[in-house]
Ligand binder design. Sequence first.
Ligand code: FHN
Length: 604
Amino acid sequence: MAALFVAPSNLGDPIMPKPDSVQFGETKAQKDKRMAWFREARFGMFIHWGVYSVPAGEWKGQNYGGASEWLMYSAKIPVKDYQPLQAQFNPVKFNAERWVQIAKDAGMKYIVITSKHHDGFAMFDSKLTTWDIMDSPFKRDPLKELAAACKKAGIRLCFYHSIMDWTHPDYALRRPWDKRPELPAPNMDKYVQFMKGQLRELLTGYGPIGILWFDGEWEPEAWTHERGVDLYKFVRSLQPNIIINNRVDVHRSGMAGMSGSDEAVGDYGTPEQEIPANGMPGVDWESCMTMNGSWGFHKNDHNWKSAPQLARNLIDCASKGGNYLLNVGPTSLGEIPEPSVQRLAEVGAWLKQHGQAIYGTQAGPFPKPLEWGRVTRKGNKLYLFLFDPSRKEMPMPGLQITPVPFRERGSGAPKYVAYRLLDNMPVPLAKTSEGWLMTNPEPKVHIREPMPEVFVIEFTGKVSATTPPIRQAADGSLDLKAIDAFVHGSAHYESDPEKNCIGFWTDAKDVVEWTFDVDKAGTYRLSMEVAAPDDSSGATFEVRCGKSVLNGKVPATGDWTKFTTLELGVVELKAGKGIKLTVKALTKPGNAVMNLRSVKLRGM
Ligand code: FHN
């Protein structure tokens, strides 16, 4: 079903893309054919690999946190001091077939590897520069070897290519610390010719390429919409069936990754380190994420996401019609870090049993995520992912199942069947006043980080779902949950069971809003469940509902997952439909406003 996107209010909502956008005379059918493998794949491997893996996040004995591939920028390393890394780069343990097997065993269907990142170092044999891997002690072309291994394994090879270049003398901008007085003034037209030359090498020498994943398009002094259109056409002229992401153009809305402009070129949106709050029917997108905190290998970053979290991210993307591009950062010796390999193997084992619920699926019918998990759809099947298999009930408010009439079904044919995917164990499915309810027949013992369990509803006829209005309980109380909130801004729902909250609330302009119906007017006590570590506590905020305004301050609770309840006072509720309650920051002294799990209203 096509969910209706409410026109963004003036509160800075993320740009909403245009569904089914086609360009340059391509028909929808032609684009669908070109995008088919991408929509089927759902899961890919991102690889950030370059000379930055040599220092691996440290420079002159100092650790630089965050993304290690940004070390040159973070440590303000002059080009003359960075270039010697080339002579130290000799990844003698690189084995293309091993890497491809790791991706294949993880259930990944495509690989996007950096052909050139922002430092300008070419990870392939480029005849246009000596700042490439062929002129390192390695003297091999890893992309050529990967192309052969991918072809053999049936994995699509794709290239990440940075438009921004911190070392090429003709790139429009020089970094403040790039003191090379001998260089003439930059010439961006010459740089574009150089970039096209390298892209020609990549698109004519490595076989069919699945995706050209552009990045570094955000410097307006260097890159423009016109240059983006030209580059898009150039790449498609060399490989007409290639897919190109939206970072070839300048209309991406930050980390939310979507392009809303009518003129934007690019075949799909690229949320980064986040997953859109809701699905976007008719829009192709792919969330790219690191497994720890760095894209490139960082010797001091051991903050690895768990395999169940990675599986939940993949499920979350697929349930909203998107792909998940999960990153690995190989070492300077050419090895994928063992913690990454272990996690990928665990996700792959789970996909071996449950992959049919991911590959080739479309977004589930629910406009918003369900509290207990997610739903994908493929033909006449709904796949229900229960994130915590110790849970017994899976309510699906707003779901409508309309079986085909008996006369069409034939005698004995059931209206629908419901079963556990792993072993076809039948499971109870019942109609309720709110929608439908599935019951987990064998709730597992609760553990901290379980892999999801998958159930199936095989139906005849049609299914659809609406988001039912939030209503008061019989006693008038209201439980406004994070998952039911609408966020104006980039903060968004975090499904990790330990969080189950609105998180990533780093922008003080963001507003968290609930809409609900009131049939029991009156005075209600209001409380909030919040969490914040020391360095992000202290924000002040206001809660507004009708004429009632309450203020509060976020305490330090010790961690993003340690929630405390704040009693904020009382609000007056008037009877009516579509009543709104908003929470917005007034001050944000720390790194974020808060993690917000719920707002509760209780009778006096
Ligand atoms: O600056 C890059 C970063 O190094 C990394 O490549 C990510 C991956 O999408 N893209 C840019 C940051 O948005």
